[in-house]
Design a protein around this ligand. Structure first.
Ligand code: ATP
Length: 300
């Protein structure tokens, strides 16, 4: 797969504050990529540098073969900032069409794009409305539509589903998954289970430093099972640790058990034993998943 973003030894300072510390990573075209990290980790700073809003203090950033901020990237890369706002004075049609014109589309093409992208986010009926007539979640979906105008190759969404009801959050996730063939999405979110569903590559920033992870969908977390129980079971850990297939069991959070398998034991050899034990004990489980959840990879 072709590399579309290449970042090498990136540093950024805000005065004495070293916000990004020697960050290097690559992103290939295709599957969505997650950008995760605690508050103040440097995610917005990194987004701003990738978009060309902010000039890095040092290091290289290459996007689709061009330096960040290059005019060659116009229309190829779009971003939804966390605090994006729509202009209250103009209709949604006007704003989306204007955005299309800014990208160099004709008036007719811009109108078609406005309608197409609003259809994609399930909001075709609001075309003539002004932002005040829309709920917070609807405005967010319009902003997502705006990033899709002109079919950019890369779209960065900062907290795209924050504030959306579960149904619409799911629709946006589906939209991201559906468009992933033509557009590579970089998603920043604090909702790890959402990112886990969508992304295999996870860029984790902490205090300006980058660590890379893979999600459950990959082979990288082989050797673990994650068991969610309906109720906490006092004897569970000691009983499971008594199995030859199991090396260690921990409970990273309430009613969720992380099972480390013994060396050279495949998960399908262990899961049956675990389920048999649950059955014997009459314990009810909610899910048994191969691997380590993203949250446990990052914080356990
Ligand atoms: N304009 C600025 N001037 C000075 N310091 C800044 C500026 N912007 C960000 N910082 C600092 O740089 C660090 C990284 O901030 P950044 O906004 O990139 O974090 P973040 O990961 O996006 O956080 P959040 O999840 O809260 O949005 C923080 O310590 C922040 O205080």
């Amino acid at each position: 797969m072709s590399t579309i973003i290449k970042v090498d030894s990136l540093n950024h300072y805000f005065g004495a504050k070293h916000a990004l510390k020697n960050v290097s990573f690559e992103i290939a075209a295709g599957d969505p990529v997650a950008l995760v990290g605690p508050n103040g980790a440097g995610k917005t700073t990194l987004f701003s540098i990738l978009c060309g809003y902010l000039q890095a203090s040092s290091g290289q950033v290459e996007i689709l073969g061009h330096p960040a901020g290059s005019s060659a990237l116009f229309g190829q890369l779009a971003a939804l900032p966390q605090d994006a706002v729509l202009d209250p004075r103009f209709s949604i049609a006007h704003q989306l069409t204007f955005y299309g014109r800014l990208q160099g589309l004709s008036a007719k093409e811009s109108k078609i794009e406005a309608q197409r992208t609003l259809d994609l986010v399930g909001l075709s009926e609001v075309l003539q409305e002004k932002p005040a007539a829309l709920s917070h979640g609807m405005r967010k979906r319009v902003s997502i539509a705006q990033t899709l105008i002109g079919k950019p190759k890369i779209v960065m969404l900062d907290e795209a589903t924050a504030g959306l009801d579960p149904l619409h959050a799911r629709e946006i996730r589906q939209l991201v998954a559906d468009l992933s063939q033509e557009t590579t999405f970089i998603l920043s979110s604090h909702d790890l289970s959402e990112l886990e569903r969508l992304c295999q590559q996870v860029l984790y920033l902490e205090l300006g430093q980058m660590h890379q992870h893979q999600t459950l969908a990959s082979d990288a977390t082989q050797g673990y099972l994650t068991l969610a129980m309906s109720q906490k079971q006092e004897e569970l850990i000691s009983l499971f640790e008594g199995l030859a297939e199991v090396e260690k069991v921990t409970m990273p959070q309430d009613r969720e058990y992380l099972i480390t398998l013994a060396a050279n034991v495949a998960s399908h050899e262990a899961d049956i034993k675990i389920l048999q034990l649950c059955h014997q004990k009459n314990w009810r489980y909610r899910s048994l998943v191969n691997g380590k959840t993203l949250e446990n990879q990052l914080f356990e």
